[in-house]
Design a protein around this ligand. Sequence first.
Ligand code: COA
Length: 329
Amino acid sequence: MPGMKISGIGMCVPERVVTNHELEPLLNTSDEWIQQRTGIVERRWVPEGVELSDLALTATQEALEAAKVKAEDIDMIIFATLSPEMCFPGTGVMLQAKLGIKNTPALDVRNQCSGFLYGLAVANGMICSGMYKRILLVGAEIQSRGILKIPQGRDTTVIFADGAGAVVLEQSEGPEGLIDIYLGADGRHAEELCAPGMGSRWEGFVTQQMLDEKSHHPYMNGRTVFKYAVTRMPKTIQLICERNEIAISDIDVLIPHQANLRINEMVAKTLGLEDKAFNNIEKYGNTTAATLPICIYEALQQEFLKPGHLLALTAFGSGFTWGSALIRM
Ligand code: COA
């Protein structure tokens, strides 16, 4: 059976930088609080008029160029996001239209911070079975229009941000490529981190009471999320290494999801990989499904991650959902 490798990668973040200082008067917060608790210094927000599929398109064009392929060569689009342009249809079809390609199937993945890993697993199944040769996997978010820019929303508003990352995935016959991927979910915690509106639970998808109370915006029980994230992420890395008979010390680079630097420091410490962990949360905050491809892109660009390296990815988020992957670059 063939394997699956990343043959091209691209990223896109809006130009507009929003510093912690800019949020201070809006949220009754402080640069010191945000940096100390999350590690975030600044993030990017899109200007008016920019759509999610625009960010995705720019990242995709770079990934296609790096892979030396055209949009027409893509057999399938997988689009991971928690901030789709509309309730339906998914944003994958909007990206497909902007790419100017017809008939290419487009699937939206709704697994929040684990969306990129879930998308990677779906692509792996399709590529390794021989169903498709080349898949475009995009993780993209515009969260700046969904977060609550008043003190009531300060716990989530300081964290979530905008960005996109894209990878071209292809069949691989050589040593490079995905070694294994582990996925998990526990729906008992669905309401610990969620955006209740818009949803079919409510007549009209959003109620007047929700609008008045602004409870249709993201809600997070930060402490519970923190507690589960710091245990699930290292545990799944340990598990995936064990079942592949790989020592954790053989991992060259660890890229954890970027939700909180303190979480990531604890994860790296638990695994003994402090010097091998790559983080960029200080610049971008939590771009959810876009985080992992953006990190892979920057780690490669900075030569922190190099061809031949063993890369470990791990993520945890709303659902709760989580996962880890091992990739030989
Ligand atoms: N600025 C200032 N104060 C804030 C704040 C902000 N942005 N956000 C929350 N606070 C306040 C709270 O109101 C609370 O005040 P109180 O003690 O007067 O009630 C106090 O800080 C402590 O709140 P708490 O939620 O317990 O803080 P925390 O130490 O848990 O840090 C998070 C909050 C969100 C940074 C942290 O819980 C976290 O990172 N959790 C995980 C996030 C995550 O992984 N999300 C996943 C996304 S996929």
